[in-house]
Each structure stands twice: as structure tokens, then as C-alpha cells.
Design a protein around this ligand. Structure first.
Ligand SMILES: [Zn+2]
Length: 606
């Protein structure tokens, strides 16, 4: 390379840098724990290379993957800003999560603040004397307008802690220091600091690290083998595993569950002593399958509204039924494919999902797309009427995934399935176009692969509230579904109540039931039915007959009332899935493909 040419390149390089004024700004965090027993995280944020008179420092209001405004700034205290000499800079808080700092033309600004971290969940931070879990959206602030800048994080563990687990890249030259290419990556990389038990396994060419926090009766060698199987089954769906390194942070509690997905890591909640119980163990594997599937579905293949994120307010999408519902469909299916469940067990779980959706009155009120869009105000903020007015995009989304899977298997005579749609969507929108998909684009891809119109499925089951025609779709796989609840004649009031301080308090009234029509309210104290004191509502209702006119005495805010209710038969659906007697060879071959069966008669115990 000649000198002249090098010089030319240097000029080009300088021009590129000055056109990106922010690119010179360096952001470095240092996190310490001076009082972990009181649940505090001490954060220092050094911003250097600034060329602005003022900067707005902001804390996100939500954690991607969990669709609720959580107001993380509520846990922040003692916010200060100083120049390199340690002199205080003027600052003003301009709204709930923004601190405006007057830089006084200083290129380097040092921000300090403390975060109170005492909320146990997979999406909130928690610190005590034993460990620190840093959920990044509630710990790290960003400079407004510099979300695409890189950042480094140095962790100074408390002296009694020895390990750090995170999906962030390590900075080799500085100990306990990590690097994020931008704030989307930083905010997507939780950090566990403490004395966790760490083990590793390799699967699909990826090094997986498992950080077990809070004890537990797990069997490492079994987990390594079983988790690797899940990784391999899921990688096979998408054909590629985009990570080199993936971290599972598992928090153990006396009773725990739930998880939150990230780009190359996940945080799971588990029951400390649940590993020796087969059901609890399989549920844990299902959770692993769920969160791991998300590394493709939602973290990379995503609805267009879910990235780049706005950390300042709600990010609305009508597609959580794909992002979460399809992931919920695949978690069970992958557990089946990996042979942790028999096909019969898988169908049992499916029955459970169908019964849950069909017995919730809200399923006839709220569509899947509405459920997705309103997650922020409804799904994540349930109240006493939620069952009557909403439906989960997890449960019903999984059932629509099943409908699409079976419709595509049927229309392509078993040559294509939902896997092919997910893989093609991943390649087209994440890999090729580098953006999220719209609702219409997802539908178009599924129609292209299935070679069928999905207008009716979308109109009825996605954007409408029409009951799913399970029989039609299950028949493609030589199965039938019957409602054993149809024949039930047990009496039904349509209310539930629990004892509180010796009082029987109503906590749910079912839409359209006798209790609903009678005017029974949530929070009413049930005193007597037909003149007799009631201690257990269910038992008393069970002693009645369908058609009985009953008098319910209640106390409502201290006032005595008598309500009239006419007992009905229990309308609950009790669906069971069975093999159809006269299934054709084609139907059986679709069933075998769908349920990963080698022999039509080996459905396993049901
Ligand atoms: Zn999920």
C-alpha cells in the first residue's frame, strides 16, 4: 500500500468519523456492590468524547420480552453528575426517567447513581448478600440519541463473590470487563454475579454455559444430555444456530417458574427440589425449550414493532400470538420430538390447552390480535374480570400454530409443515432483509408454503373469536376430539370464593352464569345459601340440583342482601383427543410426521 493511498484512506476515515459525531463518545459502566445486604447496586457511568452542552441520561421503562411499563427509574436514587476533576455539574430531572445534565463543555462526564434491587422475577434485578442478578434495562442508563454507541461494563463483585455469568463478550485486556456493541445488546444481556454453580455443554456447535443459582437437586450429567437434545432439535428447525456462546442463568426458589428470552442467553426460574420429580423435570425441559426457541422466534425473527426498541414507551404489536404462542406450541412439540414425552402425553397437554382456552369466557370476546396488542394494559395487568374478557396469546396462539401446522401438513401431503414457514421467515426477514415482519408478510409466507389461502383461519381464529374447528384439523392426522363435558349434569353456580379471615369472599363470577345473572359480585361475602351458613361454596353448590332456585345471602360492604340464582348444568368443556377408527394411510402418515412417530400404534400412555 502506498503512502498516498494510505493518506487518502485516512482522510476518508476521518470524514466518516466526523459525520458520526456520536461515534467518538465512549460509554463505560462500573458496577459495584457496597451494600448488597440492603439490595443496592452502585453504578458509575463515564461518558467521554462528548461535544454537547447538555445530555439527557435515561433509564428504560420496560424490559423487552415482558410487555409492561415497569418504571425502572423508580428504583434509582442519589443521581449525580461530575466533570473529570470531580466538580458537580448542574442537572435537572425533566421527566420520570430522564436526567438532563449540563456538561459545561466538559468532554467527560461521570454519572453516579444507586439502584435498589429487591424484586424477584426473571425481568427485574435482585441483590442480596448471596448474589446479584442484574436485569440490564433496570440497571444501565443510556444517553439519549446514543443507543447505537458501544459500551463497556466492569463488574466489581462483592468480596464474597467469585463468578460472573453473562452472554456479553469479555474484554480480554481488563478483568471482569465486558463489551456490548450497542445498547440493544447491553439491554439484552443479563448478568449474574455471585457463587453460582456453572457447568457447560456443547451442542449444535455452540458452547452453552449453565449458571445454577440458589442450590437445587439437579443432576448435571442428565441436564447436559437433555438440554443438548433440545438445542439440537430446535437448531434442526431453523437449520442454523446463530450464536457461538449461550448462557442459561437458572434461579432456584422453593417454588419457581417462568423465563425471559435474550439474544444469546436466558433467565429461568425453577423449583429448587423439583428435579427429581419427573413431571417437574419435564416442565423444566419445556421451559428450556421455550426460551431457547425464542433465540430465533422473537429475538431475531420478530414482528416489525419489536426492534429496534423504543425503551421510553409501549411497543405495540398485534403479533405476540406468533412471537409467544408459536413458541409455546413448539416448546411442547420439541419436548415430544426429543422423546421426553410420548405422543400420548403430548396430546394430553394439547387437550389441557384446548380446555383452558375453550372454558375461558374471554375467548369469545377478545381476538388473538387484540390480546397481543393490549398485552400492556390487559394481559400483564389482570383483574377480577380478566377471565371473562381476555384470552392468552400464549395458549390460543399455540392452538392456532397447531391449526396452521396441520393445515400445511394436509395441503402438502406431509411434505411441508410449520417448521418450513418458521425457517423461511427467518431466512427472508432476519437474514436477508435484516428487519421485522408485518402481519401480512407472515401470512403470505405461510400461504406460499402451504399452497392454500389462510383468509378463513385469520378471519375466524386470529382476528375473530369464532371457536376453533379442532375436529377438522385433528382429522387430518387421523384423530378425533370429543367433548366429554357435554353429558355432564353436575350443578353449576358460576362463582368461586375463598376464605379470608373466616369470611367466604367471592373472587370470580363467570360471564353468563347463574351467579353473573343473579348480581353476585366479586368481593361479596357469602353468608348463607337457602338459609344455611356456607363455608365452602363448591360443596354447597354440589348439593343442589340443576334448575333449583336458590337464595344467596351476602354481605356487600356491610349491607346484607339476598340474591336469587337458578342453578344450571355445568357448561365446562372436557375435550379428549382420540385416534379415529377409520384413519386412512395418508392421515396416519401425517400423524406420524406431526408427532414424530415411527409406528402408528405407538401413541404411548394417554
Ligand atoms: Zn416466551
Amino acid at each position: 500500500m502506498t503512502y498516498k493511498f494510505k493518506h487518502f484512506i485516512a482522510i476518508l476515515f476521518m470524514a466518516a468519523i466526523s459525520s458520526l459525531a456520536n461515534a467518538q463518545t465512549k460509554i463505560a459502566f462500573e458496577v459495584s456492590f457496597t451494600e448488597p445486604q440492603a439490595h443496592y447496586v452502585d453504578v458509575e457511568m463515564e461518558v467521554s468524547g462528548l461535544k454537547k452542552d447538555q445530555v439527557d441520561i435515561k433509564m428504560p421503562v420496560w424490559a423487552p420480552g415482558s410487555y409492561l411499563i415497569r418504571e425502572f427509574a423508580k428504583n434509582v436514587e442519589s443521581f449525580t453528575a461530575k466533570n473529570a476533576k470531580g466538580e458537580s455539574l448542574p442537572l435537572e430531572k425533566i421527566n420520570k426517567n430522564t436526567w438532563r445534565v449540563n456538561t459545561q463543555k466538559n468532554g467527560k462526564v461521570k454519572i453516579n447513581y444507586r439502584v435498589y434491587a429487591f424484586e424477584i422475577s426473571v425481568r427485574t434485578s435482585f441483590v442480596d448478600a448471596s448474589h446479584a442478578f442484574l436485569s440490564p434495562t433496570g440497571i444501565f442508563m443510556y444517553v439519549d440519541g446514543m443507543i447505537n454507541n458501544p459500551a463497556t461494563v466492569t463488574i466489581n463483585p462483592h468480596k464474597s463473590w467469585s463468578k460472573i455469568s453473562t452472554g456479553l463478550e469479555t474484554v480480554k485486556s481488563k478483568s471482569n470487563t465486558f463489551y456490548a456493541e450497542n445498547f440493544d445488546i447491553l439491554f439484552d444481556s443479563p448478568i449474574e454475579v455471585g457463587n453460582q454453580d456453572v457447568f457447560e455443554f456443547n451442542a449444535s456447535g455452540v458452547r452453552h454455559e449453565v449458571a445454577m443459582v440458589g442450590g437445587g437437586n439437579y443432576d448435571k450429567s442428565r441436564l447436559k444430555k437433555d438440554m443438548a437434545k433440545i438445542v439440537e432439535e430446535e437448531t434442526a428447525i431453523f437449520g442454523v444456530n446463530p450464536n457461538k456462546h449461550y448462557v442459561f442463568i437458572v434461579h432456584h426458589y422453593s417454588s419457581g417458574g417462568g423465563g425471559l428470552e435474550h439474544l444469546n442467553s436466558t433467565v429461568l426460574g425453577a423449583s429448587r427440589l423439583g428435579y427429581t420429580n419427573e413431571n417437574t423435570y419435564k416442565n423444566f425441559l419445556g421451559l428450556v425449550a421455550h426460551e431457547y426457541f425464542h433465540l430465533w422466534n422473537v429475538k431475531r425473527l420478530r414482528p416489525v414493532a419489536l426492534g429496534p426498541f423504543d425503551y421510553d414507551s409501549e411497543n405495540y404489536t398485534s403479533n405476540l400470538w406468533i412471537a409467544e404462542g408459536f413458541t409455546a406450541y413448539y416448546d411442547n412439540l420439541v419436548v415430544r420430538r426429543a422423546d421426553f414425552h410420548t405422543a400420548g402425553k403430548y396430546l394430553n397437554a394439547l387437550e389441557g390447552d384446548i380446555n383452558l382456552v375453550e372454558n375461558q369466557p374471554g375467548t369469545r370476546i377478545q381476538s388473538l390480535s387484540e390480546s397481543s396488542f393490549d398485552a400492556w394494559i390487559k394481559g400483564y395487568r389482570p383483574n377480577e374480570n380478566s377471565r371473562n374478557t381476555t384470552i392468552s396469546y400464549y395458549n390460543k396462539g399455540a392452538l392456532v400454530a397447531m391449526v396452521l401446522d396441520l393445515a400445511i401438513l394436509n395441503s402438502t401431503k406431509g411434505s411441508k409443515r410449520l417448521d418450513d414457514v418458521m425457517k423461511a421467515m427467518y431466512e427472508e426477514y432476519f437474514v436477508k432483509k435484516g428487519r421485522g415482519y408485518t402481519d401480512a408478510e407472515f401470512k403470505a409466507m405461510a400461504e406460499k408454503i402451504g399452497g392454500i389461502s389462510l383468509n378463513s383461519i385469520y378471519d375466524k381464529y386470529v382476528n375473530g373469536t369464532v371457536p376453533i374447528d379442532y375436529q377438522t384439523y385433528l382429522s387430518y392426522a387421523g384423530l378425533k376430539i370429543v367433548d366429554e363435558g357435554n353429558a355432564a349434569t353436575d350443578p353449576f353456580l358460576g362463582a368461586s370464593a375463598t376464605l379470608k379471615d373466616g369470611k367466604l369472599i367471592v373472587n370470580n363470577v363467570v360471564r353468563g352464569s347463574a351467579a353473573w345473572d343473579s348480581g353476585l359480585n366479586v368481593n361479596d361475602e357469602v353468608i348463607a345459601i337457602d338459609g344455611y351458613r356456607v363455608n365452602e361454596l363448591d360443596k354447597t353448590v354440589a348439593s343442589k340440583k340443576v334448575g333449583d332456585n336458590t337464595k344467596i345471602q351476602v354481605s356487600r360492604d356491610g349491607a346484607l342482601l339476598e340474591l336469587q340464582a337458578r342453578i344450571t348444568r355445568n357448561p365446562a368443556k372436557k375435550y379428549r383427543i382420540m385416534q379415529a377408527e377409520n384413519a386412512s394411510a395418508e392421515q396416519i402418515s401425517i400423524r406420524n410426521k406431526w408427532l414424530n412417530l415411527k409406528d402408528e400404534n405407538v401413541m404411548g400412555s394417554k
